[in-house]
Design a protein around this ligand. Structure first.
Ligand code: ZN
Ligand code: ZN
Length: 341
């Protein structure tokens, strides 16, 4: 059966290929496309800027679909709504055996470099990487499970945020979801930094102090907003500038969480880090349990998915969708099936 699927070629050219759907392997289910989000990873990969996603690739790692065929012995049934856990862990390495599947030593990543991606009319995924969407969640809500799992994991990797002074640098989808999770976990004072006043208005409505980047010395502004240094800084941008700012805000004794994907190496003021006992921690993706927690937060209304998804395009309009996502004017852009438009 012929399927359409999105391909991002050298130079970031977006094409819709028509090609035979491959035959499913033993443990693979066949999934029919319902929605797939475009994220910062896709934007930087298309621009040739992502450190771990070379071109060309088949995009779609925030994928929601309906089961068409499932192998015997699974509890998936045709028609079940599922979302893909794109971290295709091996299950055998040291980290997998410890349950740390997000840092599998043999990781492949569905929708970023893997042979299959979720921006296709039909695609194949081993059933162990499928999460059944709880009843009552819409396709659009389900499309936010993967993006929300990342902030849930990032906040878990940080010291306990309850009652602490926290700064979030960057208020795109991930930064905003980090803020929502922080509020849910009882954070003390929290300040959000961004260039865009509109994004800051939203953060302010969510109870954060706000600082417009580039309007003064961030370290001074951050301390004024919090009344103290930051115990924890979530850097959702991860440039030289933001990391340097984050370290100064966390001075002394604070923790900097590197959440955003850096485009390349950056310098660290190592003497300051050592002498003022500052910690920098990386955090990547999520564990399968974060999917259940994300689904619960969306089901219970703690995270209003519809506030995050600002526009939807058909699969055929992938190029326009990627352009819209890159424009900076949208929050979350989805490709969706005709039935969801
Ligand atoms: Zn993503
Ligand atoms: Zn592994």
């Amino acid at each position: 059966m012929i399927r359409k699927r999105v391909h991002i070629g050298d130079g970031g050219t977006i094409a819709i290929l028509a090609e035979p759907t491959p035959i499913a392997l033993d443990q693979e289910a066949v999934i029919e496309f319902r929605a797939s989000g475009i994220c910062g990873t896709d934007i930087s990969a298309r621009d040739g800027q992502h450190p771990y996603v070379p071109l060309p690739y088949y995009p779609g790692h925030e994928a929601v679909g309906a089961v068409i065929e499932a192998p015997e012995g699974t509890d998936l049934r045709p028609g079940d709504l599922v979302t893909v856990i794109p971290t295709l862990w091996c299950g055998r390495c040291k980290n997998c055996l410890r349950g740390l599947t997000n840092i599998c030593e043999n990781m492949q990543f569905f929708g970023t470099g893997y042979r299959e991606g979720g921006m296709a009319e039909r695609y194949l995924v081993d059933t162990k990487y499928l999460f059944r969407v709880p009843d009552g969640l819409s396709v659009r809500q389900a499309a936010l499970i993967e993006p929300l799992a990342t902030p849930l994991h990032a906040v878990d990797q940080a010291p306990d945020v309850a009652g602490r002074a926290v700064v979030v640098i960057g208020s795109g989808t991930i930064g905003r979801l980090v803020l929502a999770v922080l509020r849910h976990r009882g954070v003390g004072k929290v300040a959000v930094v961004d260039l865009d006043p509109k994004k800051l208005e939203i953060a302010a409505a969510m109870g954060a102090e706000t600082i417009q980047a580039g309007t003064g010395d961030l370290n001074t502004q951050g301390r004024a907003a919090l009344g103290e240094s930051a115990d924890i800084v979530f850097d959702c941008v991860s440039t030289q500038q933001t990391l340097s700012d984050a370290i100064r805000l966390a001075d002394r004794g604070g923790t900097v969480m590197t959440v955003g994907v850096p485009h390349g190496p950056v310098n660290v003021d190592l003497p300051l880090l050592q002498d003022h006992q500052i910690e920098i921690r990386g955090t990547i993706t999520y564990l399968p349990r974060d999917y259940s927690r994300a689904a619960e937060l969306i089901s219970s209304g703690v995270i209003a998915a519809d506030d995050y998804i600002t526009s939807c395009f058909a699969l055929d309009d992938a190029e326009a969708a990627f352009d819209a996502a890159r424009s900076g004017k949208e929050r979350k852009v989805l490709l969706v099936a005709e039935s969801e438009l």
